[in-house]
Design a protein around this ligand. Structure first.
Ligand code: ADP
Ligand code: MG
Length: 728
């Protein structure tokens, strides 16, 4: 009998809920461990406070003197909360967060010591980060990397460490992290949007990009998860037969949250409150043991930091509750995978959401301007946007049998489709007074009423307008949102920049009024980007055929999809918008391609091991039991035995067939690996892993899963889907 599986099950079933102390109001906990505006006001001198605020709002530099004051106040605040260490907290290109803790403690001779944290330590550090991926940047330049304080994301205390959000760059200036290009993209979209806003309101000085992510995840008992080598090593199950009951009854979605999970969530939320992560929503998701957590949206850079931090905190809190959080995009075949919808909008320092229809025709024209420019940006860069969410894990969602598809399209709803159709009919050049009135009253003026009934939500769309924001749904649950947010904000920035140039040119050349010019350009954009609009079912084959006809890309695998990242057009785009140099873009591509290869390679090895060390020996054991049984029957019934043993004999044969199939496929997969490993070019290697190695996974799994339902449950060594998914 498999002791590991049964011990794990026993442990899981005997768990007691872990009570969470929750007698303090959430609002009182909120931001308690954050060096936020409120804390800064208490701890900083007036000058220091002004300096940091100006750096936050306008990106001004913080001088040495101010940095010293800030660091000393931060230290004082942190010490008052029992903190002993500090760290520069950053997001290298591994996708995880990185930290190296240093104690405040310093000796000063004479056997004495003090707590020290100066401006130097706050502003810049040089972590020994030679093992982080850099895509050849640091080898090429023989440059070291350093971390530098990002004052736009406030420092926070996690457990006994003061964490300072930082960027991570090479001494030659190239970004080695996710945050640096994101900050540059946010500046680009701010500049371009603010310039366009001036057509409508001269008072706008700054435009902020907002992000509200929705984190999906699975929560599995720790002992059960640990009993599966595939979950331990790859984050997902590489085999396992579907349970008799899955998600077909839809009884988990929005159902009552199981007690143990709820205790976990409550503790997680308390931690989030302390860290200033404004989590608000929690609910069950579609698959059993799948859940979602969403905060109130925030400025994009802060939201990205908060999501990265959250993913880390989730794991730690889960561990205390004897759970494993599975952030993988597709941990279980046959039930829904996990995504991370990125809700995105732009808002002005005058308090206007540029993606929400307004109350007047003028504000609606502004809305339409940003709305249509976003659509045009997605249209012109659909392949790049697809590339921004490509990963080995996410391939199991995009382009597999799950929403959204690998084809990027935009859903806007029936009403706005109608508005765009009307705008498309606007006269070329000057508008007659009647036409202007009609446009203002009947088209642009009507939007808010119309949107009220725009409740139609297309769940299969990868990029959907949902009333006052766009929702980028193709992002994976495990992804760092910085990557998709960098791309989205960059393409919109570029689009708005071009729009401004075109409108200005039209005003000058044809002596048009501003609104006329705006209408004229928007009309052209609607025509040019119509192909990206799609309201239908994104799952079906019909859409694949239609999308192909429209010339939209359908890059189903990561190696295919990633190529758009390094197209001439993308490299030029990132350079023009000041987001990434050619070297930086290429380095990222290389890292992502290599990561893909490594993941498939690891999965391939793990699958081979499990098939050979767990599945086949168990099958043989069971087959031997059957053989013994057949021999026994022969002893009893003699010649007549076959009548009594026919089913056993059939099983014995079947088991042999599956064992042979597993062995031959595993051997062939290993051969394929050996062969492709000789490929030196990283791009070709990734493609080879995708096309020559990965196809064996399904084959091997098929036979293993068949054996699982054939073999005595008592013997089966691997925790089954029903146990992983339905243990509460
Ligand atoms: P859903 O019904 O898709 O779950 P919600 O309205 O609950 O949508 O919002 C999901 C996320 O979108 C939340 O994080 C929410 O704060 C965020 N969100 C709401 N409005 C905006 C906006 N204007 N810009 C960006 N994110 C937003
Ligand atoms: Mg949503």
């Amino acid at each position: 009998m498999s002791t590991i599986r049964f011990k794990a099950l026993e442990e899981a079933q005997n768990r007691k809920p872990i009570k969470v102390n929750e007698d303090i109001k959430r609002s009182e906990l909120f931001g308690k461990n954050v060096f936020n505006e409120n804390t800064m006001r208490q701890y900083l001198t007036k000058d220091a406070y002004k300096g940091v605020m100006s750096a936050m709002d306008h990106g001004t530099k913080i001088d040495r003197k101010i940095a010293d004051q800030v660091s000393s106040s931060m230290k004082e605040w942190a010490l008052s909360k029992g903190v002993t260490h500090y760290t520069h907290w950053f997001q290298p290109l591994t996708g995880a967060t990185a930290e190296k803790h240093d104690a405040f403690f310093e000796t000063i001779g004479g056997g004495m010591a003090i707590e020290k944290f100066g401006g130097d330590q706050l502003v810049q550090q040089e972590p020994d980060a030679s093992s982080f991926p850099n895509g050849g940047i640091r080898n090429t330049f023989e440059a070291r990397g350093y971390t530098a304080w990002d004052p736009t994301s406030p420092a926070f205390i996690y457990r006994t460490t003061l964490c300072i959000p930082t960027i991570f760059v090479a001494y030659t200036g190239e970004a080695l992290d996710y945050k640096t290009p994101l900050l540059r993209a946010l500046t680009a979209v701010d500049d371009a949007s603010t310039a366009v806003c001036k057509y409508f309101d001269k008072n706008v000085k700054k435009v902020t990009s907002n992000l509200g992510w929705e984190q999906e995840y699975f929560l599995i008992d720790k002992s059960l998860a640990n009993s599966r080598p595939d979950i331990m090593l790859t984050g997902r199950t590489l085999l396992g037969h579907s349970p008799a009951k899955g998600q077909q009854l839809d009884d988990h979605y929005f159902g009552s949250i199981p007690t143990r999970a709820l205790d976990y969530m409550r503790e997680l939320e308390v931690e989030c409150m302390l860290l200033g992560i404004p989590v608000k929503t929690r609910h069950n998701e579609v698959a059993p043991n799948q859940f979602e957590l969403a905060p109130i949206y925030e400025e994009a850079n802060l939201a990205v930091d908060h999501n990265s931090l959250l993913m880390d905190v989730m794991g730690r809190v889960a561990s205390r509750h004897h759970f494993k959080v599975m952030l993988h995009e597709k941990p279980f075949a046959g039930v829904n995978g996990s995504g991370k919808h990125n809700n995105w909008s732009l808002s002005t320092d005058t308090g206007i959401n540029l993606l929400a229809p307004g109350k007047t025709p003028m504000s609606n024209l502004q809305f339409l301007t940003f709305f249509i420019n976003t659509i045009k940006a997605v249209h012109d860069n659909e392949e790049l946007l697809r590339a921004a969410v490509a990963s080995a894990n996410n391939d199991h969602r995009l382009g597999a049998n799950e929403a959204p598809p690998a084809i990027i399209s935009v859903f806007i709803g029936e009403q706005l489709t109608g508005v765009l159709e009307e705008l498309e009919g606007v006269t070329n050049g000057k508008l007659s007074p009647e036409e202007k009135t009609d446009l203002k009253l009947n088209v642009v003026g009507k939007i808010p009423d119309l949107l009220m009934d725009n409740t139609d939500r297309n769940r299969t769309s990868p990029f959907a307008f949902t009333g006052n924001k766009f929702e980028f749904r193709a992002v994976g649950s495990f992804a760092n949102c910085a990557n998709p947010m960098t791309v989205l904000n960059t393409i919109v920035a570029k689009q708005l920049k071009d729009f401004k140039i075109e409108v200005d040119a039209l005003i000058e050349k044809n002596d048009l009024k501003k609104d006329e010019a705006v209408f004229n350009i928007l009309r052209e954009y609607i025509k040019a980007s119509k192909n990206i609009l799609f309201e239908g079912n994104g799952y079906g084959e019909a859409w694949e055929i239609e999308a192909k006809r429209r010339g939209l890309s359908n890059n189903k695998t990561t190696p295919e999809a990633l190529k758009a990242r390094v197209s001439k057009k993308s490299i030029a785009l990132f350079e023009e918008m000041g987001v990434m140099s050619k070297i930086e873009t290429e380095a990222r591509y290389e890292i992502e391609v290599e990561e893909y290869t490594k993941r498939i390679q690891i999965e391939s090895r793990v699958l081979g091991d499990i098939a050979g060390n767990h599945v086949v020996p168990t099958a043989i054991k069971y087959q031997n039991m059957l053989i013994k049984n057949v021999t026994g029957l022969k002893d009893i019934f003699g010649k007549d035995f076959e009548k009594h043993a026919s089913e056993q004999i059939r099983l014995i044969k079947l088991i042999s067939e599956h064992i042979v199939a597993i062995h031959s496929n595993v051997d062939a997969m290993i051969e394929a690996r050996k062969k492709v490993n000789a490929i030196e070019d990283a791009e070709k290697l990734a493609a080879a892993y995708c096309n020559d190695v990965k196809p064996f996974f399904e084959e091997i799994r098929y036979h293993c899963d068949k054996l699982e339902i054939m073999i005595d449950d008592e013997l089966w060594p691997l925790t089954k889907y029903r146990e992983l998914l339905f243990t509460r």
